[in-house]
Structure formats: C-alpha cells, structure tokens
Design a protein. Sequence first.
Length: 250
Amino acid sequence: MADEFDVPESHPRYESLLTRHRIEAGVEKGITSTQGLIAEGRGEAFDYLLGERTTESADEAERVAAASLLLADHPVFSVNGNVAALVPGEIVELAEATGADIEVNLFNRTEERMEAIADHLREHGASEVKGLRADGRIPGLDHERAKVDADGIESADVVVVPLEDGDRAEALDSMGKTEIVIDLNPLSRSAQVAAVPIVDNILRAVPNITAHARELADEPASTLETIVSEFDSDAALAAAEEAIRHGDLQ
Ligand code: PTJ
C-alpha cells in the first residue's frame, strides 16, 4: 500500500479516509496492532456522531491541557501503536512546544513493535524516545503492561495518555499523576478518570494543543494556574456526551 494517499482534501470524508489509511499503513509497518484497527473503528463512530469537529468544550480542554503541560515539572506524552501511526510528527511538535518527553507505552507490548515505533518517531524528528529501558513499573498492572521508564512515565507529574486502555489510565491515576486523556468516547474509563478529558479526534486535538501552547508560552504561571483551576472536567464530559446524543448531524 505504501505511503501515498490520493484522496483530494475536498472529499467530504477526507479526514476519516486519511485516518484509515494511516492506521492501515501502521499495521503494515509493524507499528499498529490488529486490535488497533478495531479501536479505530470505534473512535470513528463516535467522531461521526460528534460531527467530526472540535467542539467548543474540547477546544477549551485542549487549552487547559496546554496550560497544564507548560506548568508541569516533568510532562510525558505516552505513545501507543495507533497514536504513532496517526500523529507522529504532530507529537514531536507538541513535545517541543511544551518540553514534554515522548515515551512508547503499549497495551500489547513486544520488543519488535517498541523498536518499530521508536524508529518511526525518530524518522519524524524525535530526538529522544523513552520506553525501551523499562526500568520502572506502574503498580497494580500485570508485568508487561506495567513496564515504563523510571525517568519517564514513572517519575512524570503530568502525562498525556491518548486512546488509552481503562485499566492503565486508572492505575496512573492511582499513582497521583495528572492525566490528560484524548479519547472520542466520553464514557470510557480513561476519559472518566482524567483530570483533563479531551473528547476529540487525536488528529485534530494534538495540533490544537500545540497551537494553544505556543499562544500561552509567555503567560505568567499565575495565568496558567487560573486556566487549569477553572476547568470543570465533569462539565466537559457532559458537554461531549450531549453533543454525541443530541447534536445535529449534517
Ligand atoms: O498499541 P497498543 O498495543 O498499545 O494498543 C492500542 C489500543 C488502542 C489497541 C488499545 O489501547 C485499546 O484496545 O484501546 P481501547 O480500549 O479500544 O480504547 C481506545 C479508545 O480510543 C476508544 O475509546 C476509542 O473510541 C478511542 N479512539 C479511537 N480512535 C481515536 C480515538 N480517540 C481519539 N482519536 C482517535 N482517532
């Protein structure tokens, strides 16, 4: 299939077709798991119901995420097989804009896939990719899924966990991390435990967090703290659910 994608941007389903193409290419390249195809289908259904747009409340959550990352002592962006296939270059830009580390963390961990994802991220400009050392642990998870880097996710104060499995999101929450979750399903456990749930397609969410981070970069800490403290995660989840259940489909 290679990397070419011939659909014109004017196509009404351009973004959804591009997403499918990237996920399929990710599977072929050994980056994305076959379960990732199923996760993609589920996300696509929610995105369709949302109107395939960034809602006002998601945009607000993305601004809060940017403020939270800028305030963090040690922010880390966690990357799985779907995330690496969908937004590799965009993650590198976000990491640069916020000073975050990038760490590969897989639900179905194999050394081959860890290496393939790290290589893929380096090809897209990442200078350092964590996760391969695996000298830290997330308590409460089985051995393979608990593996993290001691100087990465284990010691992070703020973690971005997109398209995350609910068990791991809960375990990270129990470790006291501030979690920023990107997930199109507002009812998923990951979104429910997040300090900052972002109900948006990762394709739109990551570049928008970066844009907010660039805009907020020179603001004093007090302004960023106000943005974070005024955020209501329950209201954000309720707004997303309302948009999905009762939004106008075009
Ligand atoms: O690469 P691995 O081994 O770490 O595995 C990754 C997957 C995604 C397969 C694994 O974490 C998994 O099974 O996840 P779940 O439990 O299916 O959850 C994925 C969530 O992401 C679901 O709630 C989907 O609705 C959501 N999702 C899927 N695609 C997108 C999305 N959210 C935002 N943007 C998307 N493009």
